[in-house]
Design a protein around this ligand. Structure first.
Ligand code: EPU
Length: 326
């Protein structure tokens, strides 16, 4: 049965993997939060509306949003948060619904860590905050093939690695060579892909913050790579509502079915709660028509889940990650 508990269970399952260990579920004091961000060289913003940082343009405030300058900044933050027993939530911002009450404690965004380097032998190293679109463009300038499947995915490379992002053409696991992480004690470690377990839009890897990613690509022909990417982007523009704020696909495809087809087949294309609407273009997208609240989106998700369950017997699983307080 689709109710608040189902969503809560899924939220926990899909939820923030990176959390300071043994962090208590209490509200951190402002003094503690200030201690945790002392000495960071990156940017620190207090009471920052997360609607500014999510592709959905929805979400209440973070007590503190930290944009670290580099890996050492992340390590310092993790150590200080652990000492003060304050939680850290890592957000990429695209596959995400932040509830209207926002997120307590520290929210970490890698938005300032976006460097990409060519390490030779068709290997790229990208800092975790690098966007997939930028990464594809970079690969094209180097005539490197292997990322074409990701054309149109708006997320960060770290976010895509952690959730094994993918499309019909491929997925992150096909190209991931290793990740650089900051573990919960603040140590920096490199984890080879062979130590990571990949599932459908999920991975099992050591706990910590993924701060960088090595990708093993192959030499290709620039014009061929470019034309595959262009065709794929056109397909996505034609079939997906990319012009309005959204968070990508809401549900995983319950193979062999697709969520979009199921939602359309039960007549919910266009269904609306407040300013949240099931897209007329692709029924596995919810769009924000202006001022949608997280509560509207959650009501819509519940309605979709219940209707699909009743009419088809299929339980849809969320792909969207839901975080924060109601
Ligand atoms: N369909 C419908 N109605 C709809 C939408 C789709 O009947 O409203 C049908 C289509 O006609 C088609 C089938 O569903 O027969 C599949 O549709 P589509 O090609 O759009 O692909 P998808 O399975 O719905 C997946 C990924 C997308 C990715 C596209 C394109 C998942 C959950 N979704 O969508 O990823 O962009 O393929 O490769 O794996 C995302 O991860 O956020 C995401 C949107």
């Amino acid at each position: 049965m689709w109710n608040r508990c189902t969503i809560e269970r899924m939220r926990k399952r899909a939820g923030a993997r990176v959390r300071t260990p043994r962090a208590p579920a209490r509200r951190a004091r402002t003094a503690d939060l200030k201690t945790v961000v002392t000495g960071l060289r990156g940017e620190v913003r207090f009471n920052e509306p997360l609607s500014e940082w999510t592709s959905f343009r929805i979400g209440g405030p973070a007590d503190v949003l930290v944009l670290p300058a580099d890996v050492n900044d992340v390590a310092l933050l993790v150590r200080q948060a652990r000492a003060a027993r304050v939680r850290i939530f890592v957000i990429g911002g695209t596959n995400l619904l932040v509830r209207d009450g926002g997120i307590r404690g520290i929210v970490l965004s890698l938005a300032k860590m976006t460097a990409i380097e060519d390490e030779g032998n068709s290997v790229l190293y990208a800092e975790g905050g690098a966007g997939m679109p930028t990464l594809i463009k970079y690969a094209i300038t180097r005539s490197l093939s292997g990322l074409e499947w990701s054309a149109g995915i708006p997320g960060t490379v770290a976010g895509c690695a952690v959730m094994n992002a993918g499309t019909r053409l491929g997925e992150m696991k096909d190209v991931l060579k290793a990740v650089r992480m900051v573990d919960p004690t603040g140590r920096i470690l490199d984890v080879p892909a062979s130590s990571i377990r990949f599932g459908y839009r999920r991975t099992l890897m050591p706990r910590g913050v993924v701060v960088g990613v090595w990708l093993q690509l192959q030499p290709g022909v620039r014009s061929t790579i470019e034309s595959v990417v262009k065709d794929y982007l056109r397909y996505r523009r034609e079939t997906q509502p990319l012009a309005l704020p959204n968070a990508g696909c809401v549900f995983k495809n319950p193979k062999p079915e697709t969520a979009g087809h199921l939602v359309e087949s039960v007549g919910l294309k266009g269904a609306q709660v407040g300013d949240a609407q099931v897209s007329e273009k692709h029924a596995n997208f919810i769009i924000n028509r202006g001022h949608a609240q997280a509560a509207d989106v959650l009501t819509l998700i519940r309605r979709i889940g219940q209707t699909v369950q009743q009419r088809t017997g299929i339980t849809l699983e969320l792909e969207l990650r839901i975080v924060g307080e109601g």
